[in-house]
Design a binder for this molecule. Structure first.
Ligand code: ZN
Length: 339
């Protein structure tokens, strides 16, 4: 009787206890699941976007378009604006589609710009279709010619494929206004892109310079210094002029593969560190150019920093030099190419 009574009384407590325990367990499970979800999701999203946009804070597609004013306004853009992110869908883990060689017609490099953009994590704003074959030449070694005081060109060296420079500064004489075809075409794309980032006022002041023109220039400087220092020897005069002008045959401009370009009144150090100079330096390799005389390579090139002097070498070599932080002399040695 007592047993029966006890059993009868214990039963509601047990039921309540079981209900409470179940509820508590359910709540604990729910909290644990919620906590797992909160900690697990963000890292996944973060890592997938990092893979592509790691290089800088990219402007969104829309803000990039808005910050592309008319060509001639000098906008205060800083260097980090130049890098463009891929759209969201590009950052997925899915393999990108295979290039389709058949669609390129006669251009053997078709598809390679797409691959290149993926490789460097940056996208072109200009349509590269008409320029791609020039930016990324089939015969790259053709454009790795080294010209320096130690490796001069002969009096007769004159490229046969010189064409007029589209982006020439107004009023410059004709004999400064030509460039080899591939370099010129690549330069057009480069400066079109620069204009899209607010640097449409960058113009070329010097392109190809013949041995004869360089001789005249150098001789004029010699005459000026002779007049200035009447008691100096001819050797002293020559050595002084050689510190700021290249003796004929030793100027890279004779190669027809380099330009001086800037948005200043004159070609000089006022261009150093300007937004336009920074933009050119940071983007040149994507168009097959290198800053030929960087400040930290003076001992190798033998030429002091020239923020305005860009040399065409083709995109593959320029990108390798960019990634390896090598100037042309170092790169040729690294590649075992001596010319
Ligand atoms: Zn120059």
């Amino acid at each position: 009787m007592a047993k029966k009574k006890k059993k009868k009384q214990a039963s509601p407590y047990l039921v309540i206890a079981v209900i409470l325990c179940t509820a508590a367990l359910g709540l604990a499970v729910a909290i644990a699941l919620l906590a797992m979800a909160e900690t697990a999701v963000p890292p996944v999203a973060e890592s997938s976007s990092q893979a592509v946009t790691e290089e800088s804070d990219f402007p969104s597609e829309d803000s990039r378009e808005e910050s592309t004013p008319g060509a001639d306004s000098r906008e205060e853009t800083n260097g980090s604006d130049i890098q463009v992110s891929f759209p969201e869908e590009e950052s997925s883990e899915e393999p990108r589609p295979e290039p389709q060689p058949g669609l390129g017609g006669e251009i053997p490099q078709f598809g390679s710009t797409r691959d290149y953009e993926y490789e460097v994590g940056l996208r072109y704003s200009v349509d590269l279709t008409p320029y791609e074959q020039y930016i990324d030449p089939e015969d790259a070694s053709e454009y790795l010619l080294l010209v320096s005081p130690a490796a001069p060109l002969g009096r007769d060296y004159e490229p046969s494929d010189l064409i007029y420079i589209v982006d020439m500064r107004a009023g410059r004489p004709d004999y400064y206004s030509y460039l080899r075809k591939y370099a010129e075409k690549a330069l057009e794309a480069f400066l079109d892109e620069a204009a899209m980032y607010g640097h449409g006022d960058i113009k070329v002041s010097n392109g190809y310079r013949s041995y004869a023109v360089q001789s005249t220039l150098f001789n004029n400087y010699l005459a000026e210094e002779r007049a200035r220092h009447p008691d100096w020897t001819e050797e002293q005069i020559y050595n002084l002029v050689a510190t700021y002008s290249n003796p004929p045959g030793t100027s890279e401009h004779q190669s027809g593969l380099c330009v001086d370009m800037h948005n200043q009144i004159d070609t000089n150090s006022t261009f150093d560190g300007t937004p336009a100079a920074i933009w050119l330096e940071e983007n040149c390799y994507r168009f097959g150019f290198v800053l030929r005389y960087p400040p930290d390579k003076q001992t190798v090139t033998g030429i002091k920093y020239e923020s305005w002097h860009f040399r065409y070498v083709g995109r593959t070599a320029a990108t390798e030099m960019h990634e390896l932080d090598m100037c042309l002399e170092e790169y040729l040695e690294y590649k075992g190419l001596n010319n």
